[in-house]
Design a protein around this ligand. Structure first.
Ligand SMILES: [Zn+2]
Length: 66
């Protein structure tokens, strides 16, 4: 859905990292280098970003159930 604001395990803010991360990946950087540049060190925070599937744009196509 939407990227969670904080890491589920350690509580670090990760939502603001997601867009810059995608831009770095699109430029051709490896995920490891992108995380280094963005200052993400713990693997619990890395999994928040790597495992995220952005579905919000898909769901917005459907009307609300009411
Ligand atoms: Zn974490």
């Amino acid at each position: 859905m939407i990227i969670p604001i904080r890491c589920f395990s350690c509580g670090r803010l990760v939502a603001h990292i997601y867009k810059p991360y995608l831009e770095l990946i699109e430029k051709g950087e490896s995920a490891e280098d992108a995380f280094k540049e963005l200052g993400i060190e713990r693997f619990c925070c890395k999994r928040m970003i790597v495992s995220h599937v952005d579905l919000i744009d898909e769901l917005l196509k459907f009307p609300r159930l009411q």
